[in-house]
Design a protein around this ligand. Structure first.
Ligand code: 6PG
Length: 473
């Protein structure tokens, strides 16, 4: 028996992808290090399509049509290298390995180069959508050679989510481009969730609403510009009541947010590239702070505001605008980072296509991504998302309410690092003059680090200690 494609690594994501492939009519060879998992998949879902069981990687390779196509779905990290090395020893030139895990894009670049040396194709592929997405249609972000995409692209496109008749899968660029875009997707996912959490916190603590009422607010918001999967599931989670205690579920969950690391990667890479991904950074920091149990306990009695601010009648509407504004700022930061990475790593990532494949299947799927696609279609060289006509109008409309929300939050003593930082980004971008000029002056004063002038080219230094005359550097 032969198969058209293989999957190794049958944890939830791997087995659901294999099932998705089988259901679409691809005979799929399946392998897992402990074979019991493979058996389990076949026992439970063997009737969903044609599965070919492989006991070893050698068997997996033996049953595949050529060029062989193998999706590796093992836990990202050292495990991936071990599996890839073993497979590389078994494959033949022209065969294609696809890594569908959350690999770091730098590892993907390294692996792609190593595989290329051996005549093998390596397609580093971001896959978003969790368990359900993998089974029913994820958003797929492949990177790798165009030649490899010709072989695997049609298969990937046929198992991806579909929005307006278009599959949520496109080749994003060579080597690490796909995993880079998936990383930024996750960074934005962190930011989106942080803004939602802050908005919830204000509704709860500043406006005194109960979780069930707040669920209703989010449910209404899901009908407008904010319509998205995360807003939809926020309503679900907030409406949920803990069966054991009868309390709102959100009140019985420990308030320490964990992370597997992709948000942190985005911020680290943002720092390397000099990209101000502040919204994502605040989201990562907020999770980190939430975990500092000891410090939080010690600080619990630090003084807060003596009076609560009076909320305007339109506070809920203001919150919606603030959430939307912060979201636009975070997407602008994420897309700018992808542009900059493209320059750095020699990719030419189509930002419009990126937004298009995020419309369905993935965690950050949202209606307004259509608008991002339109913006980059109208101007592929758009320097910042917010200067697109539509988004300028949108964020311009939101900004007054956003300011009121940040001011109210400060007065109420409710932390909104994400919403506040987004607003600072917006105001920094639009500022005619930034106080960076003063920073330059200080650097020149204490370290003769030099500065440039607005009125003539060149580098300059003021002799601060000796008469303060200016010299050319
Ligand atoms: C996705 C998700 C997925 C995973 C996150 C969770 O796109 O399907 O992003 O990749 O659920 O990585 O990340 P944290 O554990 O870091 O929050």
């Amino acid at each position: 028996r032969t198969a058209q494609i293989g999957v190794t690594g049958l944890a939830t994501m791997g087995s659901n992808l294999a099932r998705n492939l089988a259901r679409r009519g691809y005979p799929v060879a399946v392998h897992n290090r402990t074979q019991a998992k493979t058996r389990e998949l076949l026992d439970q879902h063997g009737d969903e399509g044609v599965f070919v069981e492989a006991a070893t990687l050698a068997e997996l390779v033996a049953v595949l049509e050529r060029p062989r196509k193998i999706i590796v779905m093992v836990k990202a990290g050292a495990g991936t290298d071990a599996v890839l090395d073993e497979l590389a020893g078994l494959l033949e030139p022209g065969d294609i390995l696809l890594d569908g895990g959350n690999a770091h894009f730098a590892d993907t670049r390294r692996r792609e180069a190593a595989m290329r040396e051996k005549g093998l194709h390596f397609v580093g592929t971001g896959i978003s959508g969790g368990e359900e997405g993998a089974l029913l249609g994820p958003s797929i972000m492949p990177g790798g050679s165009a030649e490899a995409y010709e072989q695997v692209g049609p298969i990937l496109e046929s198992i991806a989510a579909v929005v307006d008749g278009e599959p949520c899968c496109v080749r994003l660029g060579p080597d690490g481009a796909g995993h880079f875009v998936k990383m930024v997707h996750n960074g934005i996912e962190y930011a989106d969730m942080q803004f939602i959490a802050e908005t919830y916190d204000l509704l709860r603590r500043a406006a005194g609403r109960e979780p069930a009422e707040i669920a209703e607010v989010f449910r209404t918001w899901n009908d407008g510009d904010l319509e998205s999967y995360l807003i939809e599931i926020t309503a679900e989670v907030l409406a949920h009541v803990d069966p054991a205690t009868g309390k709102p579920f959100v009140d019985v969950v420990a308030d320490r947010a964990e992370q597997k690391g992709t948000g942190r990667w985005t911020v680290r890479e943002g720092l390397e590239l000099g990209e101000p991904v502040a919204g994502i950074a605040e989201a990562v920091f907020a999770r980190a702070l939430s975990g500092h149990v000891e410090q939080r306990a010690a600080a619990a009695n630090l003084p807060g505001p003596s009076a609560s601010p009076k909320l305007g009648d339109d506070f809920v509407d203001d919150l919606r605008e603030a959430l939307y504004g912060a979201k636009l700022a975070a997407y602008a930061q994420g897309f700018s980072m992808i542009t900059e990475a493209g320059r750095e790593y020699g990719w030419d990532i189509d930002l419009g296509a990126t937004a298009r494949i995020w419309r369905g299947g993935c965690i950050i799927r949202a209606r307004f991504l259509n608008r991002i696609t339109d913006a980059y279609r109208a101007d592929p060289d758009l320097v910042n998302l917010l200067v697109d006509e539509y988004f300028t109008e949108q964020i311009g409309r939101a900004q007054e309410a956003w300011r009121r929300v940040v001011a109210t939050a400060a007065a109420a003593g409710v932390p909104v690092p994400g919403l506040a930082s987004g607003l600072a980004y917006y105001d920094s971008l639009r500022a005619e003059r930034l106080p960076a000029a003063l920073v330059q002056g200080l650097r020149d004063y204490f370290g003769a680090h030099t500065y440039q002038r607005i009125d003539r080219p060149g580098g300059f230094h003021t002799r601060w200690g000796q008469g303060r005359d200016e010299v050319e550097a």
